[in-house]
Write a protein that binds this ligand. Structure first.
Ligand code: ADP
Length: 539
């Protein structure tokens, strides 16, 4: 495949900003975006990429090295890894491919920085976080463009993610000043009992590709606010946004070593974080399989663990729902980020009395969704992240149709090629099909029919996952009953987008441990210390 202006320009810019780095890729990750022979997309991206590159370069935000102890660093053996634009298959940049050695150095610098950062006042930490927030917002457009380039989500959605992601830093800046302790009435008159909250220590933060900014800020914001320091490992598929955010943290004055970034060989980096007794906490968002490995690996050094893993969100449409609200909510809950979020509606349960009407209204709305390069005008659905993601969607749909499900709209790769997939609605799905039991992570809405409220709750809870869930009904009583009965950490009632930095996000069952965002999310980065002052008799 020919390398376009986009690739050339960004590579040239990257070469200028970090001249030693850009050698040929060692291809640790196979370029799976480029493996199938779909027709090439018209290269409208090039103009965009050119201006993005020069803007990023001006702001110093196009970073391709890791960050260790406040210094941008190549991998020690010089290896690099390529980052691709999923909309075009083009290589955007080569970034450092790091492993255990670099991670150990990042841990050492975080440990060093912890000594002083944990002693700063809440007001000082708050001020620096606020500055970081201001810089993230000042560079909103560039960050969003970078995200669209490496992740594929439509630019408008990417702008929304910058607001959302930066919101965690703003919230953490405010909340830093409210990490209160407690005084407990003592059972003996000559004693006083106190509870102090103290930072847990060095944190290893491992994040996925679907929210390249927000998954980082929702971990790093509260960690820094509480006085912890961090080693971040972003996804190798989308490291550029993470690196740009880290550069802005430096520009904000967050001290060297408080924020470190390593990426490359994920298992090696993970193992180094797990093995280190200095790393006191692992916070992870990603697949259930990797989450379980990290939880098991944390046992050896008894680390605190927060996990935000896979979901299997039910979206329940009752006969008494407002159909317009239900369609709007389902569209948002299902097709946002091309269906690639862990709270995406995975099973749409529709009561039999409204099934046909709802299916028709949903199909009409989905038919109007414009698919394309995230930079294109009015585009609401970009490509999937890679070929493996498309293959998974195809496999699950094939399994469903072989067992009697009916494709009502879409159901195949989009004519744009690459990893574009048609927004799809599939009916007559049941709970035995893999599509109901596994996370689709693609733009496919499987419709299941149910009879009664009890049926809906039973079907919804019949899974090991328990993250997002949605209910559409006009009955206040039913919304309370169903919200209480759902074994899920998040319930949206007549609403399809419920994530916000001010509310606790996290799962029941195998969807994870701990909460992110809100005052509850702060506790994940704190130890509770009980102090007993005795012998208060007058001297
Ligand atoms: P996804 O399917 O969403 O990519 P993963 O769980 O594979 O989910 O990836 C989420 C994050 O976990 C990524 O940053 C990835 O590189 C990282 N990761 C994958 N395997 C490991 C591992 N063995 N140890 C540490 N991190 C890992």
């Amino acid at each position: 495949m020919a390398v376009s202006f986009a690739a050339v320009n960004l590579r040239t810019m990257a070469l200028r900003s970090s001249s030693k780095l850009l050698r040929r890729s060692s291809h640790l990750l196979p370029p799976i975006h480029m493996q199938h022979s779909a027709p090439p997309l018209t290269r409208k991206i090039s103009m965009n990429a050119r201006s993005i590159a020069s803007q990023l370069n001006r702001s110093g935000l196009l970073k391709t090295q890791g960050l260790i102890g406040g210094k941008w660093s190549d991998s020690y053996d010089g290896k690099t890894i390529q980052v691709y634009n999923p909309a075009t298959g083009e290589s955007i940049a080569d970034v450092a491919c790091m492993g255990g050695k670099e991670t150990n150095d990042a841990i050492a610098s975080a440990y060093d920085a912890y000594r002083s950062w944990s002693k700063t006042t809440a007001a000082e930490r708050s001020k620096l976080l606020r500055k970081w927030y201001d810089l993230l917002m000042a560079h909103k457009e560039e960050l969003a463009q970078l995200m669209t380039l490496e992740q594929g989500k439509p630019l408008k959605e990417a702008m929304g993610e910058v607001n959302y992601g930066a919101g965690f830093i703003e919230f953490s800046a405010e909340e830093a000043k409210r990490i209160y302790g407690d005084i407990i009435p003592a059972p003996m008159s000559d004693r006083r009992l106190f509870v102090l909250k103290q930072p847990v220590g060095v944190v290893g933060a491992i994040t996925p590709w679907n929210f390249p900014l927000a998954m980082i800020t929702r971990k790093v914001g509260p960690a820094l606010a509480c006085g912890c320091t961090v080693v971040i490992k972003p996804s190798e598929l989308t490291p550029l946004t993470a690196l740009a955010a880290a550069e802005l943290a430096i520009q904000a004055g967050i001290p060297a070593g408080a924020v470190n970034v390593v990426m490359g060989n994920a298992p090696e980096i993970g193992d180094a974080l797990l093995a280190s007794p200095q790393v006191r906490k692992i916070t992870f968002t990603g697949s259930t399989a990797v989450g379980k490995k990290l939880m098991a690996g944390s046992a050896e050094t008894v680390k605190k663990v927060s996990l935000e893993l896979g979901g299997n969100a039910p979206c329940i449409i009752f006969d008494d729902a407002d159909i317009d609200i239900a369609v709007k909510g389902t569209l948002a809950a299902k097709y946002r980020n091309s269906g690639q979020t862990c709270v995406c509606a995975n099973r749409i349960l529709v009561q039999e009395g409204i099934y046909d009407k709802f299916a028709k209204a949903l199909i009409d709305a989905v038919r109007n969704m414009k698919v394309g390069d995230g930079f294109g005008e009015d585009v609401v659905q970009g490509p999937l992240i890679n070929e493996a993601a498309v293959k998974k969607v195809e496999t699950l749909l094939q399994d469903a149709t072989s067992k009697g499900a009916k494709v009502m709209l879409g159901g195949k790769r989009h004519s744009l090629g690459f990893t574009f997939y048609e927004p799809t609605v599939v009916g007559d799905v049941n709970s035995d099909m893999r599509i109901s039991r596994e996370e689709v992570f693609g733009p496919v809405a499987p419709l299941l029919r149910f009879k009664t409220e009890e049926d809906a709750i039973r079907i919804a809870n019949d899974t090991n996952a328990g993250l997002g869930s949605y209910v559409f009904t006009n009955s206040i009583q039913r919304s309370w009953r169903v919200a209480e009965a759902l074994e899920y950490g998040l319930v949206g009632i007549n609403e399809g987008v419920i994530s916000t930095e001010v509310a606790p996000f996290g799962g029941f069952k195998q969807s994870g441990l701990g909460r992110e965002g809100s005052k509850y999310g702060m506790d994940e980065y704190l130890e509770i210390k009980y102090v007993c002052l005795g012998n208060m008799k007058k001297e």
